[in-house]
Write a protein that binds this ligand. Sequence first.
Ligand SMILES: *[C@@H]1O[C@H](CO)[C@@H](O)[C@H](O)[C@H]1NC(C)=O
Ligand SMILES: *[C@@H]1O[C@H](CO)[C@@H](O)[C@H](O)[C@H]1NC(C)=O
Ligand SMILES: *[C@@H]1O[C@H](CO)[C@@H](O)[C@H](O)[C@H]1NC(C)=O
Ligand SMILES: *[C@@H]1O[C@H](CO)[C@@H](O)[C@H](O)[C@H]1NC(C)=O
Ligand SMILES: *[C@@H]1O[C@H](CO)[C@@H](O)[C@H](O)[C@H]1NC(C)=O
Ligand SMILES: *[C@@H]1O[C@H](CO)[C@@H](O)[C@H](O)[C@H]1NC(C)=O
Length: 508
Amino acid sequence: EARPGPKSGSGPMGAGLGLPLGDAAVPTVCAGTLNGLSVTGDAQHQYQTLHKMYNNCEVVLGNLEIVLIDHTQDLSFLQTIREVTGYILIAMNVFSALPLRNLRVIRGTQFYEEQFALFVLLNYNPNSTHALQQLGLNQLTEILAGGVYIEKNAQLCHVDTVQWEDILRDPQHRSIVGDNGKACPPCHESCGGHCWGPGPGDCQKLTKTICAPQCNGRCFGRAPNECCHEECAGGCTGPLQTHCFACRHFNDSGSCVPLCPQPLIYNKLTFQLEPNPDTKYQYGGICVRSCPHNFVVDQSSCVRACPNDKMEVEKNGLKMCEPCSGLCPKGTGRGGGFGGAVGPNGVNIDTFINCTKILGNLDFLITGLEGDPWRNISALDPEKLNVFRTVREITGYLNIQSWPKHMNNFSIFSNLVTIGGRSLYNRGFSLLIMKNENVTSLGLRSLREVSAGRVYITENRRLCYLHTVQWAALSRRRADLDIRNNKPRSKCRDRRGVCVPSCRFTQG
Ligand SMILES: *[C@@H]1O[C@H](CO)[C@@H](O)[C@H](O)[C@H]1NC(C)=O
Ligand SMILES: *[C@@H]1O[C@H](CO)[C@@H](O)[C@H](O)[C@H]1NC(C)=O
Ligand SMILES: *[C@@H]1O[C@H](CO)[C@@H](O)[C@H](O)[C@H]1NC(C)=O
Ligand SMILES: *[C@@H]1O[C@H](CO)[C@@H](O)[C@H](O)[C@H]1NC(C)=O
Ligand SMILES: *[C@@H]1O[C@H](CO)[C@@H](O)[C@H](O)[C@H]1NC(C)=O
Ligand SMILES: *[C@@H]1O[C@H](CO)[C@@H](O)[C@H](O)[C@H]1NC(C)=O
């Protein structure tokens, strides 16, 4: 699928960081991506971003996309991944094996090409001998939604022996497996004809098609009393909801449940709903005592932004969504939605008037500033950019890849205090400033917090004052910075490119 360009990562956080959520054993989650086949940078850069995103990650909240990785790279860090909530795309790589040895579940909350949760295409290079030979998903026993597509991997073996019906939960979804490796060795004799590789340890673990008819889903043996609990996903080691390989809905401290402990519980003696002291919130497939700090509570879930008919309020230090009585208050505007990259342009600029908070992202792109005749979008009058002077908070990311040539700083954002990073651009960025030729200083003088995500400031040829900013103080964890190829620091100093002595915390 050819997408127009990199899009927002669908995940909430920066690169594979564990979150201190007040629960003893919350798995390490990381954000996925939504780039499809579009790649930025060379193979080495691809590899580095992959490593940054997924090192130590156990649950990918979003899609796992592995594209254009060559055979020399060590991908063993992928071994920690147990679950992917979106889809998995493996395309145009030439490594020989995929080390997703511990992957148990693909949830398929998003599909690739409209119907696939696992998509494996063209993993060989006709000019070299390197190619994908083994999928190695030995633990994969469940794809909750979506189908499978595995085509044109010239040396990939054994995928046609895998019994995909055992893995796919929904029989409506298809598995399309063809035109892969020829002349493959058979499965080991102990595998009963279904395997991921030639060894005795590569047999496919069947947990559905072998079950007794009494089982409503999966089982751990063929007998009628060997059914898994219905909240299990992928199989189990015993009949209880604490015996599941993975959870179909939510994991509440190791027990699979249909719902996390709700905020209100019914008191049978008083006939009333009462606050539940053990409330937990849904966060991906996990129940947590509190949402990550850049998330908002909406009823019993952690969300990145309140829905349209609600507004964000803070109560006892907890950010929550509450229904608006009448109209939602003015002062909030919608940026490009999470996932889209339609930036401010000549058509929509007036919707930002009087906004103090942007719910979503701001993408300044050439198609917005100069107009896009293909989509009937007129150019943006640069004077109108002054509407952003009232903005104090952006809940998603700020992405500036184009700026009016006669403006040499971003002082229209001089009142911007917080960048939330609840959704991230491309490979995890919450502040990205790139290739703005005439910009000489940032001018973001109120910026105090970048709550999540990475900072990327590159190839702004005239940009100075970057080294005077205390980037570390802006982010809660050690700032993940990529600041390079701007105006060389030495040349900045020559030409007054340092701050005046009075500014302790300035950005020029
Ligand atoms: C294979 O090599 C040919 C000639 O060197 C080149 O044109 C082609 O792009 C290469 N294909 C790939 C997939 O690298
Ligand atoms: C549930 O989460 C715990 C960590 O909180 C983890 O140890 C356990 O393996 C998970 N269980 C399932 C079935 O996913
Ligand atoms: C913006 O706010 C000003 C001052 O409160 C008000 O006069 C003006 O009408 C508002 N504009 C819009 C478009 O809401
Ligand atoms: C383009 O937009 C203008 C006004 O913004 C409208 O009058 C015109 O019909 C549009 N053209 C197309 C092809 O949508
Ligand atoms: C901005 O940069 C362009 C080159 O990219 C240059 O031609 C132009 O004169 C500059 N404009 C101003 C106002 O500095
Ligand atoms: C920032 O840009 C504005 C307008 O483009 C200009 O008036 C102002 O002098 C600039 N500030 C600095 C410090 O360069």
